[in-house]
Design a binder for this molecule. Structure first.
Ligand code: NAD
Ligand code: ZN
Length: 299
């Protein structure tokens, strides 16, 4: 018989802090958790990130298990080992790598997820298809109705596609200095949009959707991607009601955020597409180039 104790945690981006982690740790101490116990997170990416961080630091580390219940957490955050919390000045600024011993994914949990959070997860799935799996892109195009209806068979299938891609990349490059970075397709601008709107206007996947549209536009401008592929990507984002443009932003502010995110002042590293399913990591993109592209992206 396994004994367990529940600790409920309010999961908001603003509450994903070291303070909350301290509160969880204190509650665990009060409840008598020892080094022989383990942590099971049940919830979305915020729960996984915070609970995983607690597992990493509580009495120098407890075994961790994830039961992700949002689409983003099922296709993305439940594997790869990144856990952490936000500081006042930076998203996920405090963190470490803690891999779960195992992950239990039940796509049935997605039935209760609200539409906006569900579609936000679809943006990450589109990303996986674009960077590594053209068949997944076709599935998303051809089976849109089943995906929108959250039919379990198609969900199981596409979640598995995503997990396999992430697993392959993380196994080669756990610490994210090489090939794992292609998972950041659409995230350079996406993160800048999130921080420029104080994490309030867009859900993560919505910001990433705009970021994907922009990175694809930049890929065309850089001469890598065919315009027809770009149009296909925009149509796919539209099909799922995801945003692919943003008009009322200040390009200069976005460049500042991109610098803060990447901690670089001169050249920028961008993940670009050569074609659907194939990326290129371009480490030499000048600010001017991004600024110019942002200006014509805004129109
Ligand atoms: N560690 C990683 O590799 C990684 C990857 C991607 C995202 N993240 C992090 O994940 C977070 C976003 O995760 P998210 O999109 O899962 O959001 P979330 O954790 O905020 O969950 C979204 C909302 O859905 C609710 N919810 C969860 N499961 C539900 C269900 N089955 N039915 C109904 N409601 C449910 C939650 O309570 C919350 O209100 C961000 O903080 C991001 O930084 C981490
Ligand atoms: Zn993401």
């Amino acid at each position: 018989m396994i004994e367990y104790d529940n600790i409920s945690v309010e999961c908001t981006e603003a509450g994903k802090t070291f303070l909350s982690v301290g509160t969880i740790v204190d509650t665990m101490l009060d409840k008598g958790f020892s080094r022989h116990d383990y942590v099971v997170t049940i919830g979305g990416g915020i729960m996984g990130d915070m609970g995983g961080f607690v597992a990493g630091i509580y009495m120098r580390g407890l075994p961790l298990f994830h039961i992700p219940t949002t689409l983003i957490s099922q296709v993305d955050s439940c594997i790869g080992g990144k856990v952490g919390v936000n500081s006042v000045k930076g998203k996920n600024a405090l963190g470490m790598f803690v891999h779960p011993q195992s992950v239990l994914i039940d796509p049935g949990t997605l039935l209760s997820l609200d539409e906006r959070n569900y579609l936000s997860g679809i943006a990450e799935i589109i990303k996986y298809g674009l960077i590594r799996n053209p068949d997944l892109v076709c599935k998303l195009e051809q089976c849109a109705t089943a995906v929108q209806r959250r039919e379990i068979d198609i969900l199981r299938d596409i979640i598995w596609d995503c997990i396999l891609i992430k697993k392959q990349l993380v196994e080669i490059d756990e610490k994210d200095f090489g090939i794992r970075r292609i998972l950041n397709y659409g995230h350079t601008l996406g993160h800048a949009i999130e921080s420029n709107t104080d994490y309030k206007r867009y859900l993560h996947g919505e910001a990433i959707s705009i970021g994907i549209a922009f990175a694809s536009h930049l890929s065309v401008k850089a001469g890598y991607l065919d315009k027809s592929d770009y149009m296909r990507i925009i149509r796919l984002l539209d099909l799922y009601g995801l945003p692919s443009s943003w008009i009322d932003f200040n390009p200069e502010n976005l460049i500042d955020s991109i610098h803060r995110d990447k901690k670089r002042k001169t050249k920028n590293t961008m993940i670009l597409l050569k074609k659907i399913g194939e990326t290129i990591i371009d480490e030499e993109i000048e600010d001017n180039h991004i600024l110019e592209s942002l200006k014509d992206f805004r129109i």
